[in-house]
Design a protein around this ligand. Structure first.
Ligand SMILES: Nc1ncnc2c1ncn2[C@@H]1O[C@@H]2COP(=O)(O)O[C@H]2[C@H]1O
Length: 261
């Protein structure tokens, strides 16, 4: 099982794409601007999109992807791309994106019987079975209903997990759950530097000081990948993180990086 980072930035600028991970070649975890770097044939292979929350930097490639692959998938008689998210997130997509104003309703196009997208609600704690892969929905604490995900490496990988926190501030429920499973990779956000700790708090993100506090709850010695840093904050965030006293191995996640489970 491979997880490829298509985008891991907290906003955009040249060379920085927002959150998207490609699990093998058919499952997207979040659909930020990084999705747009995939060739059309690769886009057409995506069968599932797992959405952490409704914010634009995580969803904006869903409507664009639907339009890009509609004809290819219809010609190949492919089923709808399944979009999986919390009920509140799916309602936001329906109301604010697929409303015929911002974008056509691709849950009914090219026709209502065989649309290019279908919407599938999940709840925190659910375990989604996508082919051989099992993915658990984790809690997140953000300004809108939000989740993270834990991808189970399966029996060949000793049932370790690749964990993505999603966008979140301090999140006790996450650490409670992670104490019960084996974690090999933790992809955790740190959007802002400590200087911006008030903005981090109000927008429910982490800064390095808050990250340090969160990581005290993570057992063992884990490879920790820092994601969702705002482009102007990267040097400050990574300098502050390099000074943290922690047993875990911390590095900045990079677009193009492939993690093998
Ligand atoms: N109160 C605020 N003041 C300024 N910026 C904000 C505020 N709340 C949210 N944001 C920004 O809006 C962004 C929305 O997406 P994010 O949660 O990734 O990160 C958020 C912050 O960068």
């Amino acid at each position: 099982m491979n997880i490829r980072v298509l985008g891991c930035s907290g906003a955009i600028s040249a060379g920085f794409k927002t959150t998207a991970f490609l699990l093998d070649d058919d499952v997207l975890i979040d659909a930020g601007t990084g999705v747009g770097d995939l060739p059309l044939a690769a886009l057409a292979r995506i069968d599932h999109i797992l959405v952490s929350h409704s914010h634009l930097d995580h969803i904006l490639s869903i409507p664009l992807l639907a339009d890009a692959v509609l004809r290819l998938r219809a010609a190949a008689k492919r089923p709808p791309i399944q979009v999986h998210a919390l009920p509140q997130t799916l309602a936001a997509l329906r109301q604010h994106i697929f409303n015929g104003v911002i974008w056509p309703d691709f849950t009914r196009l090219p026709n209502a019987a065989h649309p290019v997208l279908s919407l599938h609600p999940f709840n925190i704690g659910d375990r989604l079975q996508l082919g051989e892969r099992q993915i658990e929905v984790l809690s997140a604490a953000h300004t809108v209903p939000a989740v993270g995900f834990a991808v189970d490496a399966g029996p060949a990988g000793g049932h370790t997990h690749w964990v993505f926190t999603g966008d979140t501030g301090p999140n006790p429920a996450l650490w409670q759950r992670l104490a019960e499973i084996k974690v090999s990779h933790l992809v955790i956000e740190t959007a802002f530097s400590d200087e911006e700790h008030e903005l981090a708090a109000v927008s429910q993100h982490l800064c390095p000081a808050a990250l340090a506090q969160e990581l005290t709850h993570l057992q063992g010695e884990v490879q920790v990948h820092i994601t969702h840093i705002k482009p102007g904050e990267i040097d400050a965030v990574m300098t502050e993180i390099s000074a943290l006293d922690t047993r875990h191995r911390l590095s900045a996640l990079q677009a193009g990086q492939v993690m093998v489970l």
